[in-house]
Design a protein around this ligand. Structure first.
Ligand code: HEC
Ligand code: HEC
Length: 321
């Protein structure tokens, strides 16, 4: 089965064409994206066009603890590159030690999200989302404010990067947010065992067990693909110039009555613990949760029973993502 037929068989591609192997570099909006063949650039808001210079500044700021009021916490503290841009905690802990109500999601490919955060149905711009960890107060995640602006503006290295990105405009919350958003948009990665099977027709790390797990995942019996579809197995993804409606579901994990976005499952084998509240420690626990039919009053989930071999196959597929 070729890459194209795997894609079609899985039925996971929404508005995307797989044209063959390889990585493509293309210029759009004056920015050189490096993307897997067949994947178009993500949407970019007209008031924050991409540039190499903004991305360079954003990359520098992402890992800078001086963005937090007490110099303890950078974006990378919670979105740690060594953990696929998560923190390994059930729920995040902010700079002041205050616990966050939710689990830290990975940031890979978030440029293609229709909405941001686990639950907000209207938050559809990275620029708006980023103000939450930077300046939010319930909980304080970073406590960014005028003091942090002064410290950053006084750093000669930051000043050089900022001038290259924004000319004579002064460093302020808006330029910090714009640079960070530009950098976060470049966090695009599709090189998992599943991707190599899909884009490069390279099945070396995607064995028969993972393949039968994929068939189970997209089967009517399990129904995982009903919600975890599309580019990131997370439901709809955003496309430039097209309005896409977000979708939310009540799986009732921890018997929560709220509806959440189906998260991206990419690299999910390395982003434990799971769910919006980090309440499931392992993928085996997640699969057991779905076998029970989810939590109390879950929507669109019904119990199913897996044989040990099927369970192992489903877990192998999840680990390949
Ligand atoms: C204290 C830990 C923490 C810090 C610091 C932090 N984040 Fe997050 N991040 C989270 C959590 C938790 C969420 C989920 C929030 C929610 O759903 O309410 C999140 C969500 C996000 C999202 C949305 C992802 C998605 O798929 O919806 C983006 C983008 C993001 N963070 C980027 C950043 C950037 C950039 C910074 C630095 C300015 C940052 N974060 C700082 C913990 C953190
Ligand atoms: C009705 C829609 C729906 C179906 C069907 C569904 N999921 Fe989910 N999935 C979700 C939602 C929503 C979440 C987040 C729930 C939460 O955090 O409260 C989620 C979370 C997950 C997570 C955790 C990801 C993370 O990073 O925390 C995994 C893994 C997962 N699902 C796998 C599966 C598998 C395997 C199946 C099939 C057995 C499946 N899902 C079926 C909607 C669904």
């Amino acid at each position: 089965m070729g890459a194209r037929s795997v894609v079609l068989a899985a039925g996971i591609l929404v508005g995307m064409l797989v044209l063959g192997g390889g990585v493509r570099s293309g210029r759009a909006d004056g920015y050189r994206w490096t993307l897997p063949e067949g994947l178009g650039p993500p949407p970019v808001p007209p008031d924050n066009p991409m540039s190499e210079e903004k991305v360079a500044l954003g990359r520098r700021l992402f890992a800078d603890v001086r963005l937090s009021f007490n110099r303890t916490t950078s974006c990378a503290t919670c979105h740690d590159p060594a953990r696929e841009l998560t923190d390994g905690l059930p729920r995040a802990i902010g700079a002041s030690g205050e616990p966050h109500a939710r689990n830290t999601p990975s940031l890979w490919n978030v440029a293609y999200n229709v909405t941001y955060t686990w639950i907000d149905q209207g938050l559809d711009r990275l620029e708006d989302q980023l103000r939450l960890p930077l300046t939010g107060t319930s909980p304080v995640e970073m406590g960014f404010g005028p003091g942090q602006v002064d410290v950053l503006a006084a750093d000669p290295e930051i000043a050089v990067l900022h001038r290259a990105a924004f000319g004579d405009a002064p460093l302020d919350e808006t330029t910090v947010v714009q640079a960070l958003a530009s950098y976060v948009r470049t966090l695009i990665r599709m090189d998992s065992a599943f991707d190599r099977r899909l884009y490069w027709d390279d099945p070396s790390d995607f064995d028969a067990t993972a393949a039968s797990g994929m068939a189970l995942f997209f089967s009517e019996r399990l129904g995982c693909g009903h919600c975890h579809a599309g580019l990131h197995l997370s439901g709809p993804t955003a496309e430039p110039g097209r309005a896409v409606m977000p979708v939310f579901h009540r799986t009732a994990v921890s018997d929560s009555s709220e509806s959440f976005r189906a998260p991206s499952l990419r690299f999910v084998g390395r982003t434990a613990p799971y769910m919006h509240d980090g309440s499931l420690a392992t993928l085996a626990e997640v699969v057991a949760f779905y076998e029970r039919g989810g939590g109390r009053d879950a929507e669109r989930l019904r119990p199913f029973a897996l044989s040990p071999a099927e369970r192992a196959a489903l877990l192998a597929f999840l680990a390949s993502l």
